[in-house]
Design a binder for this molecule. Structure first.
Ligand code: GLY
Ligand code: MN
Ligand code: MN
Length: 429
């Protein structure tokens, strides 16, 4: 991390950088705040979540200095720098924010040009806040993970898979969405504050709401199927995993899930450094279009369904995104370290990743096939509607949809599927 940042600082003309963890922000007209999330750039250096108000100063060639805020507070347990921090940083702890800021200002006097990554740096620091040339370089390089980051993502995946196995059992015992949420949290060893993103837990047609955010307290009367998209974190790094399980009364849905699962794995087999992620996304659309034909959702061939854009109604999101200290990790469209972006084509505007695939990248592969009433009624107004087998679509609409999402690491010869590896190790069924 230090050598990466040194390179980015040199290329953008800074001799040091201050990174501020940030502070919780209160709800409007309130004295309570949502769970604190540190500035992700701070997490890259200090992967612990209890670091409110801390500041890191990095000067290439020296050990980074950590100014830790440990206030005198009898309402909360004050954050404490962990033991390991003293081995990695020039560590100083402060009770008062003002003293911390003065100490940083003093240290900065020795420098010529300093950048600050964070919100509202004090004027006394005389820093340039969030300079675009530096931010662009830092965001660009984050796509390819260090060995430490890969180890964190492996552990986050393992924790998430444990949660998924517990959630599946809760579903099979006819738990409500709320019961399943609790099973996921317990299985993955997390509180809600630990989650990388809110769990998406949808039974039946709730699976058609891509980021479904409610948790019904009672199980539905009919059991068609269940979609869960939930991840776990480890030292600030998060996994992002989806599975879909067929219901007791929908044998045909089980076939659709198995078919999408097979296509997802086959696509992952094709991943190689040097390919473009957009091409993977388009290749997945061709596979989805073939499934539309195979499951008689369209009357035309798979090729014709693809050319007519029908697959976009059934899979209206991107194939995946970079993964790291943020679930949708930054830099997915950034195709140069200087900040140049390549957005996806208009017809695929929701795709978050358009970069050339490189060794060390970690991203998701998350194809889906959904029956979304809003998008289906739009399609009914379009020319492609005549190729759709509407009675078949209506039969399947109560199933909601399927999403299968794995986290993969790009290697020289192909991709490692971190999620499947963890399921193979942990799932005895
Ligand atoms: N869970 C959000 C996503 O899959 O991107
Ligand atoms: Mn997800
Ligand atoms: Mn995802």
């Amino acid at each position: 991390m230090a050598s990466r940042w040194a390179e980015a600082l040199e290329a953008s003309g800074f001799d040091a950088v201050v990174v501020a963890a940030g502070r919780p922000r209160f709800y409007q007209f309130d004295d309570l705040a949502p769970f604190f999330r540190p500035n992700p750039h701070f997490t890259l250096w200090f992967p612990e979540k209890h670091c409110e108000g801390a500041v890191l100063l990095f000067t290439p060639g020296s050990a980074p200095a950590l100014y830790f805020h440990s206030p005198a507070d009898y309402w909360h347990q004050p954050a404490q720098a962990p033991d390991w921090a003293a081995e990695r940083f020039e560590l100083r702890s402060f009770e008062e924010t003002e003293d911390l800021e003065i100490a940083v200002a003093k240290a900065l006097r020795a420098h010529r040009r300093v950048a600050c990554i964070g919100e509202d740096p004090p004027e006394s620091w005389a820093v340039e806040a969030n300079p675009a040339p530096l931010i662009h370089r830092l965001h660009y390089q984050r796509a390819c993970k260090t060995g430490f980051e890969i180890a964190c993502l492996e552990q986050a995946t393992e924790n998430g898979v444990k949660g998924h196995i517990a959630a599946r059992e809760a579903y099979r015992a006819n738990g409500s969405e709320f019961d399943i949420l609790r099973a996921f949290l317990a299985g993955s060893g997390q509180t809600e504050a630990d989650l990388p993103y809110p769990c998406i837990i949808g039974r039946n047609e709730h699976a058609a709401v891509l980021h479904y955010q409610h948790y019904d307290r009672t199980p539905p009367a009919d059991d068609h199927g269940f979609l869960i998209d939930a991840g776990a974190s480890h030292l600030g790094y998060g996994s992002d995993i989806s599975r879909t399980w067929p219901g007791g009364d929908a044998a045909a849905f089980a076939e659709l899930i198995a078919a999408l699962d097979e296509q997802q794995r086959a696509l992952i087999e094709t991943i190689r450094p040097g390919l473009n992620y957009l091409d993977l996304h388009l290749a997945m659309h061709r596979r989805i279009a073939e499934l539309l034909n195979r499951f008689e959702l369209v009357r035309c061939s798979g090729d014709a369904a693809y050319e007519l854009g029908l697959s976009r109604t059934f899979m209206p999101h991107g194939l995946g995104h970079l993964l790291g200290v943020q679930t949708h990790d930054v830099g997915g469209w950034q195709t140069t370290p200087e900040g140049g972006e390549t957005p996806p084509p208009d017809a695929h505007a929701t795709l978050r990743l358009t970069r050339t695939i490189g060794v060390g990248m970690v991203f998701t592969i998350e194809p889906g096939l959904y029956f979304i009433p809003m998008l289906l009624s739009r399609l009914r107004q379009e020319a492609g509607a005549r190729e759709v087998n509407w009675p078949q679509v209506e039969t399947m609409t109560p199933w909601g949809g399927v999403r299968i999402e794995d986290n993969v690491l790009v290697m020289e010869g192909g991709a490692r599927n971190l999620t499947r590896e963890a399921f193979a190790a942990l799932d005895s069924t």
